[in-house]
Write a protein that binds this ligand. Structure first.
Ligand SMILES: Nc1nc2c(ncn2[C@@H]2O[C@H](COP(=O)(O)OP(=O)(O)OP(=O)(O)O)[C@@H](O)[C@H]2O)c(=O)[nH]1
Ligand SMILES: [Mg+2]
Length: 231
């Protein structure tokens, strides 16, 4: 098997942060451990300098014209055959410096999430409504799917190859993380957690709020009781 670690970063107009996100990837440390690192930016037709900056920083850029972070991640995963895959956002809220710790966890668990709720959050990074909502959704997910995670809505995940091969994601929007959790749990993969730092967003916020929270909650119930699309 190859020794590639791929790091997938979805972007839509993230010129204020994408450079810093890529710079933070601890490429040397990972290469010292014997891995080859590939940074893949999946861009959703940014109208700013996101693509140019990402290319200048040495990332491979894939353009996904269809809207949505979930769609971008799915496209990236479909073409991926690396040993380990990480995904994190391009707005510099997550720190790629946690990748080595998450990689360590992947030696024990097939899936790892970066937990903002177990880790540190910059003041204002997670609004109260999102903080409470995330706790509630995480609790619901744990009860329905028998998991014991602390942060359902985190955007920082790591996977072993075998897990990626076994995923069959169908969601296009905000339910990406919930769908990931559901499929991982249904397939019996154990999930490790690493406490991470969650920072305030650079660039323009596209805040997700109560409405999305309700939709995610509904999605968790629907998937459990087989309403709507299958998982
Ligand atoms: N390729 C692609 N990426 C997207 C799209 N929408 C959002 N993203 C990226 O997905 C990541 C997460 O989106 P955010 O806008 O930060 O969502 P959020 O974290 O819920 O909201 P904020 O609180 O505003 O940060 C960011 O890196 C975005 O640039 C899209 O339609 N296509
Ligand atoms: Mg964000």
């Amino acid at each position: 098997m190859n020794n590639i670690i791929s790091i997938i970063i979805p972007t839509l107009n993230e010129e204020a942060s994408i450079g810093q996100v890529i710079d933070e990837v601890p490429v040397r440390a990972l290469e010292k451990s014997g891995y080859r690192v590939e940074i893949l930016v999946v861009d959703g037709l940014s109208t700013d300098h996101t693509v140019k900056i990402a290319q200048e920083k040495g990332a491979r850029v894939l353009v996904e014209t269809r809207r949505g972070k979930a769609r971008a991640i799915r496209t990236a995963l479909e073409g991926d055959d690396s040993k380990f895959v990480f995904m994190l956002d391009g707005d510099y809220t997550y720190s790629a410096t946690s990748i080595p710790a998450m990689l360590q966890a992947l030696q024990k668990y097939p899936v790892v999430i970066g937990s903002r709720l177990k880790g540190k959050r910059e003041k204002g990074a997670l609004r109260t409504v999102n903080f409470i909502g995330n706790h509630l959704l995480t609790l619901i997910a744990n009860i329905l799917y028998g998991t014991r995670i602390s942060d359902l809505c985190t955007g920082f995940w790591g996977f072993r190859r075998e897990v990626i091969q076994n995923l069959n994601l169908t969601s296009d929007g905000f339910q990406l993380e919930a769908e990931l959790l559901i499929q991982v749990a249904k397939k019996g993969y154990k999930i490790g957690e690493v406490p991470i730092l969650y920072r305030c967003r650079a660039g323009k916020a596209k805040l997700s709020g109560l409405k999305d929270g309700f939709k995610i909650g509904k999605f968790l119930f629907d998937k459990k009781f087989h309403k709507g699309t299958r998982s």
